[in-house]
Structure formats: structure tokens, C-alpha cells
Design a binder for this molecule. Structure first.
Ligand code: IUR
Length: 475
């Protein structure tokens, strides 16, 4: 006997999940429709989210939820001839994570189409859109028609989520924030993968971060999240892989919106910090390999090295800036000179802090730096807080380096009169100095691909899920 939609009601669905039972596909379809149509009370959404947070979801439920969310709004469409070249990257967020800025134009220079839909910063993590908006004139609001035009002429764009893309995620994300239900595996998975699914990608690489400044504190929890994202992406027909990367210290030497654009430009000019270059090469190399523009990861990586070193990725970044509203003069100054502060407004003050002991730099923890920068205006506590793009930090030392007492280790760019004693003390906790040699390890510790063992978790439901996806023309 099949159950009809009109037989469902929200209190009984909340009760069902509260008691640990598994939702059917039609039940998930029912409540996603109600959320989309505004026919469910906010308190009911909150209770449903908390029940899911407490009891979890199977892979089949997560997949149904992701599919329903994905089709709750517009699905992007690309010209037929791009069918194997449309790629994107998603990072779970970190401090100093500016990888998207050099990666998107590097992939475009390698012949990919990159419709990168990014987010804004909240809490300790910065947002790609905020970084780009520190460039005067850069417009992240582009319609899907404008995106197609930019992809035709340039090959990459970095934009915000349009109103019509996955509207149900917008509602759920806001509710999760105020109901303490953000850190739920099925809710994170469905939120991320519904948006990537709606982008109609040929290939997706995920940068799942772990460590003291990441949402996943341990490598094992990052692996669990990566596996859930890969399984869901693959079942939706997106070719998906992931890397696990460490997120204890900031990426690169610069943190803060305009400073991070400057560091990205340095990377695009074939210079810049080694860890940023490693992430761009590796994530880009995987995508090029996945969309068969190279027959191995190493060959894909070589292509990225070439486009970073020969100026073609930089040219794509310059073209993308112009296509998204930056004047040709400003784009030229940023890309063809080093007079960055002719375009960016410099901060009013720069203050350096010094090491309080001699020894070898063991670690530079990102969290205390991010907290102080947020307080100084570089980030947000609430979604509508304004941002001061000039605020940031430059690290003057690197992990593994030997320092004497009194060495300047960080330069803070800010518009306050002076850093407070509390801010200085908090910043000093970022620095760990010891007496044993340490080497700066690689950021990336693992590459994950879809594994056959995981499919058994679908309880034989894979074919019906795949049929469902096919019948509904979801891919
Ligand atoms: N980014 C998303 O798009 N969704 C989430 O739930 C999280 C990060 I956490």
C-alpha cells in the first residue's frame, strides 16, 4: 500500500525522526515542498532540524533530501559542448583560505569552464565574495545568463548564490544557525551538495579541512564528512573527489580581505607562499584529471604549474575582473604592476608584535589571529555586519624557522588607534615556540575517491535512487 502526500503531517514526521525511524523519499519530498512554499511553521522546521541533528539520517535519506533541495529552485544549464568541462571546488572553510581566487582562473586557462558560486565569511572564516568585493567595482551579483556570457568569453566567474538557486537551503541554513543544528553530517552534506548539484557540474573537488581552525577538528571526522559528500555527489551523477587538508595555521602569509587578494595575485604571478601554491596545484590538477584534460593527476598538476608560471592564469583573472565590473585601469594595475595600494585603500595603522622567547616556530595557530581580526572589522559576527577590507595580518615568520627573542612575527593592519592589551595577549597565544626542529608539513594529507565499500550503506537502494534521479532528469 502506498502512502499519499495528504496522509502526511508535520507533527508525526517530527515524532518519527525524534523516535529514530527512517524517512521515506516521499516524506522528505513532502516537508521540503512545505518549506519551499512557506506552509510550515518556523518552530516545526526547528524541531525537525533538531530531530535530524539528534538521530541522523541514512545515506538514502541524505540523498533524497539533497535531491529535493537541489530541485527546489533553478537548475543551471550549460551549452551542450561544455558537457565534460564544467568544474568547481568547494572548501569547508579556513583562515587565509584564498585558494578559489587563483584556482578559478588557472582552471579557465587550462580550458575548463568554472562557474564558481561562493559564500561570504561568518565567524572566524573569511568568504571568497568578501575578498573579491575588496577590489573596487567587483560585482559578485550576476544572473545565470550573465554567468554563461562570462564563461563563454573568459572561462571563469566567481559569484554569489542567486535568489533562485536552492531556496530551501537558504531557509534551512538560517534556521540551523539559530537552532544549534549546524554541525550535522546529513544537514551539512545536503546543504553543500544541493548547491553543487544545481550548478550542473561535470566534476567537483572538495577541500575538507581538519584541525583547530576547521569545522572538523580531527582527520577522522573530516574523512567521514568527505565520504558523505563524495557518496552523495556520486549518486547525484556528479564526478566527485575530495582532499583532506590541515587547518591549524593560516594558509599563506596574509590574512584579511584585500591582503588576501594581493597574495592571490602573487600566486598568479608565479610567486607567493608554497602552501597556497600546493593547494592550487593539487586541487586544480585533480579537476583537470577528472574532466579528462589530462590522463593522470600529475599531468593535471603540471598544467596548473604551467598556467601559473606563464601568465595565462593571471590574464584570465584580469579578464574576469573586467567582466565583473572592475575598471580596465584597476585590473591592469593589480595584474601588471605591484602598486597594489593604488587600488586598495591601505589601513591607517600597522603594528608589529615581537616574539617573547627564542627557539623554533612550532605552530602559528590561526584561531586567535582570526578572532582579533574579526574584532578589528575584517570579519562578521552577524550576517549583515559591515566589513573593513583593509584590516588584516601579515605573518613575518614561518613554521620551522629559528627565531631570537624580540623578532617581529606579525604585522597587524588596522584602523583602530592602537591594539588593546587584550588583543595583543590573544595574538601572542597564536605563537608556539619550542626547542626541537620541526618541518613545515604539506597541507594536503590525503586524496579521497569514491570507494566501493561505501555503496553497501545504501541498503540496496542505489538503483532506485539512480532511477529516481534519471526519471526526474536531475542530471
Ligand atoms: N557551507 C554550506 O554551504 N553549508 C553548510 O552547511 C556549511 C558550510 I557548515
Amino acid at each position: 500500500m502506498t502512502t499519499k502526500m495528504e496522509d502526511f503531517n508535520i507533527p508525526s514526521l517530527i515524532q518519527k525522526k525524534r523516535d529514530g525511524a527512517e524517512f521515506g523519499k516521499d516524506e522528505i519530498q513532502y516537508f521540503v515542498q512545505l518549506i519551499k512554499n512557506g506552509e510550515i511553521q518556523e518552530c516545526q522546521i526547528g524541531a525537525l532540524l533538531m530531530a535530524i541533528y539528534m538521530k541522523g539520517m541514512s545515506l538514502a535519506e541524505t540523498l533524497s533530501l539533497t535531491g529535493e533541495m537541489m530541485t527546489s529552485g533553478e537548475m543551471m544549464q550549460w551549452p551542450e559542448e561544455w558537457c565534460s568541462s564544467v568544474v568547481d571546488k568547494h572548501s569547508t572553510g579556513g583562515v587565509g583560505d584564498k585558494v578559489s581566487l587563483p584556482l578559478a582562473p588557472a582552471l579557465a586557462a587550462a580550458g575548463c569552464k568554472v562557474p564558481m558560486i561562493s559564500g561570504r565569511g561568518l565567524g572566524h572564516t573569511g568568504g571568497t565574495l568578501d575578498k573579491l568585493e575588496s577590489v573596487p567595482g567587483f560585482n559578485v551579483d550576476q544572473t545565470s545568463e550573465q554567468m554563461v556570457d562570462i564563461l563563454k568569453t573568459v572561462g571563469c566567474c566567481i559569484v554569489g548564490q542567486t535568489e533562485s538557486l536552492v531556496p530551501v537551503d537558504r531557509i534551512l541554513y538560517k534556521m540551523r544557525d539559530v537552532t544549534s543544528t549546524v554541525e550535522s553530517l546529513p544537514l551539512i552534506t545536503s546543504s553543500i551538495m544541493s548547491k553543487k548539484g544545481a550548478e550542473s557540474l561535470s566534476a567537483l573537488v572538495l577541500d575538507v579541512k581538519y584541525g583547530s581552525a576547521a569545522i572538523c577538528k580531527t582527520r577522522e571526522s573530516a574523512r567521514t564528512l568527505a565520504r558523505s559528500l563524495i557518496q552523495t555527489g556520486t549518486c547525484l551523477g556528479i564526478h566527485t573527489r575530495a582532499v583532506l587538508s590541515k587547518m591549524d595555521s593560516p594558509i599563506g602569509q596574509k590574512i584579511g580581505n584585500s591582503l588576501e587578494v594581493i597574495e592571490s595575485l602573487e600566486c598568479l604571478k608565479g610567486r607567493g607562499p608554497a602552501d597556497l601554491r600546493e593547494l592550487v596545484e593539487c586541487l586544480g590538477g585533480i579537476l583537470i584529471w577528472m574532466c579528462e584534460k589530462a590522463d593522470s593527476f600529475e599531468k593535471g598538476r603540471k598544467i596548473i604549474q604551467t598556467v601559473l608560471d606563464n601568465g595565462s592564469a593571471l590574464q584570465k583573472f584580469q579578464d574576469m575582473m573586467k567582466a565583473q565590473g572592475v575598471t580596465p585601469e584597476h585590473a591592469n594595475t593589480l595584474c601588471q604592476t605591484e602598486n597594489y595600494f593604488k587600488v586598495f585603500k591601505p589601513s591607517k595603522c600597522k603594528e608589529e608584535l615581537h616574539t617573547t622567547q627564542e627557539g623554533i616556530v612550532n605552530e602559528i595557530y590561526a584561531m586567535p589571529i582570526a578572532e582579533v581580526l574579526r574584532e578589528l572589522g575584517a570579519g562578521r559576527t552577524k550576517t549583515d555586519d559591515p566589513i573593513n577590507y583593509s584590516v588584516g595580518a601579515e605573518l613575518l615568520i614561518t613554521v620551522g624557522e629559528r627565531v631570537t627573542k624580540g623578532t617581529p612575527w606579525v604585522r597587524i593592519h588596522h584602523d583602530a588607534q592602537k591594539l588593546t592589551e587584550a588583543q595583543k595577549s590573544l595574538l601572542q597565544t597564536a605563537l608556539s615556540i619550542g626547542d626541537r626542529p620541526v618541518s613545515a608539513d604539506n597541507r594536503i594529507s590525503e586524496i579521497m575517491i569514491p570507494d566501493s565499500i561505501s555503496w553497501s550503506e545504501l541498503n540496496g537502494d542505489l538503483d532506485s535512487n539512480r532511477n529516481y534521479i534519471k526519471q526526474n532528469n536531475l542530471v
